[in-house]
Design a protein around this ligand. Structure first.
Ligand code: FES
Length: 262
């Protein structure tokens, strides 16, 4: 169950000109964190109109051997810009762990991860802790090279491909349904996506077009919640899926791609 914590910042550094890596001293969270879990950070900039709204940030790594969890984020709004000015030794007020963990099935041999934006942190985490028998490919898409997670955050066994494009929809389509050559969906045993919500129905259509069938459980997608309560009370994160209205903050962030309507 998510609880409030005051955590010491153990490390905070820029890993690209746009992305920051924030490690927090939190032995209990480091033991329990899994891909998809997030922390709600209190970003306390007095000039920020929305300072009461905690910012949800996906955990990008758990380092139980040194008792730390790490976040990967882009300080692209006032709250996260405040966070970017915190230094090692400072305290951070967070609530977590929020959300549900990505299930890894034993049978998966070839795991395809594809994402863009804030959800890439959860995919980096998934790539870092995938079971040893799993071959992982991570495809990261951004409109700027500096928004792509740097390769040194990933295990060397992970196949890492990057795409820089200002048109995310076209980039996803060209990557997963290429006009020449094989689609990475063709050989995947499972796919996990962290893409904007409006692309997820299209992702389902691409999967059906490439693989001809799209069984339940083959592809999961992460739905990021906007800043909100984080525990199912405010409804700001509600999404309308085939199975009904769902709250990603407590029922997600992972949903079967078959759930998204076109
Ligand atoms: S963030 Fe409030 S219900 Fe999900």
């Amino acid at each position: 169950m998510a609880r409030q914590h005051t955590l010491e910042i153990a490390d905070h550094r820029q890993v690209t000109p746009r992305l920051r890596w924030l490690a927090l001293r939190a032995p209990d969270l480091a033991r329990d964190a899994r891909p998809g879990h997030s922390l709600l950070a209190r970003c306390d900039d007095p000039a920020d109109t929305y300072r009461l709204l905690r910012r949800p940030l996906f955990v990008a790594a758990a380092l139980p051997e040194i008792g730390q969890v790490a976040l990967l984020y882009e300080p692209d709004e006032p709250g996260l810009a405040w966070l970017a000015r915190r230094s090692p030794g400072d305290s951070l007020d967070v609530i977590g762990l929020c959300g549900r963990a990505l299930p890894f099935a034993d049978r998966h041999c070839n795991l395809l991860l594809i994402g863009a934006g804030a959800g890439l942190a959860a995919l980096v985490f998934a790539a870092r802790i995938a079971p040893p028998h799993t071959a992982v490919t991570l495809i990261a898409i951004a409109d700027d090279q500096d928004s792509l997670p740097p390769p040194f955050l990933l295990p060397s066994a992970v196949e890492y491909e990057t795409v820089v494009s200002a048109d995310l929809m076209s980039a996803v389509t060209a990557t997963l349904q290429p006009t020449t050559g094989a689609s990475p969906l063709a050989w995947a045993d499972a796919a996990v996506a962290a893409l904007p919500y409006h692309l997820l129905a299209t992702l389902g259509q691409i999967i059906r077009a490439v693989r001809l069938r799209h069984p339940r459980g083959f592809a999961r997608a992460l739905v990021a919640s906007p800043p909100g309560c984080g525990f199912g009370a405010c409804g700001v994160c509600a999404i309308d899926l085939r199975s009904g209205v769902r709250l990603p903050c407590i029922e997600g962030p992972w949903f079967d791609v078959r759930e998204f309507r076109g």
